[in-house]
Design a binder for this molecule. Structure first.
Ligand code: SF4
Ligand code: SF4
Length: 235
């Protein structure tokens, strides 16, 4: 219904499924029927995605967004023909850029996994409303996107500090925290979408969750060592 509903993940999925080009059509800017102005969100997502494509070596011209009304059939036909020709000229995704297909698949999968994190870290810019087209290309820079991926934040529960209060496990939106009563909690890094909720909700008196930027996360504590023996029970 709305171009604002086109998530970054949808675009990455299309490329992962081998599409050579992705076109997003939205209503004219400033003519949105809703206060949300979703077409600006779509525009910002495309501007970010194009920089991400550059980051992984893909030609950003494979992704295009245009705004037009449903009465502009001729314009739509012209834009689609032009885009279709452009994509044909660019050739098959990845091959034309000299990227190995398996490498491309794994890069796209890695970035797709980070989509919730990317949206969280860039939420202010993604919600901005750029009235001046000259500002479009400046919204996200190549350096900024390179940094985004080199400094990805991971979350880690310090086994020395965790008191098994279970707050983080209850609040994790993707059930990525393994734990239980009197068990030191552990984050399953494969499932974690890096939303930061566990970091925010771990009680200040424990401060067991730490942020690790751009570095490997320590291995999880072995299962047999996760039981917390409370002092009162030791006596
Ligand atoms: S960062 Fe978010 S997804 Fe990851 S473990 Fe913490 S609450 Fe769960
Ligand atoms: S909220 Fe903190 S103390 Fe409580 S289980 Fe999670 S990491 Fe451990």
């Amino acid at each position: 219904m709305c171009s604002g509903r086109v998530d970054l993940e949808f675009v990455l999925r299309a490329f992962s499924n081998g599409m050579d080009g992705v076109f997003i059509g939205g209503c004219r800017l400033n003519e949105c029927n809703y206060i949300t102005h979703g077409n600006y969100h779509a525009l910002n997502m495309v501007l970010l995605c194009r920089k991400i494509m550059e980051h992984i070596g893909l030609n950003p011209e494979r992704l295009r967004i245009e705004f037009m009304s449903s009465a502009e059939g001729i314009l739509f036909a012209e834009v689609m023909s032009e885009f279709g020709n452009k994509v044909n000229k660019l050739g098959p995704l990845g091959k034309a850029e000299g990227i190995d297909q398996n490498e491309l698949k794994s890069k796209l999968a890695e970035i797709t996994k980070l989509v919730p994190y990317i949206k969280l870290v860039k939420k202010e810019k993604l919600a901005s409303r750029l009235e001046n087209p000259e500002e479009h290309n400046k919204l996200f820079t190549k350096d900024e996107v390179d940094r985004l991926f080199s400094e990805v934040i991971s979350y880690y529960i310090d086994p020395e500090k965790c008191q098994a209060c279970m707050t983080c496990a209850k609040r994790c939106p993707v059930e990525a925290i393994v734990g239980g009563k009197n068990l030191i909690h552990v984050i399953d890094q494969e499932k974690c979408i890096k939303c930061g909720t566990c970091f925010e909700v771990c009680p200040p008196k424990f401060r067991a969750v730490t942020e690790i930027a751009g570095a490997p996360v320590p291995p999880p504590i072995p299962e047999e060592k996760r039981t917390i023996v409370r002092k009162s029970k030791e006596k």
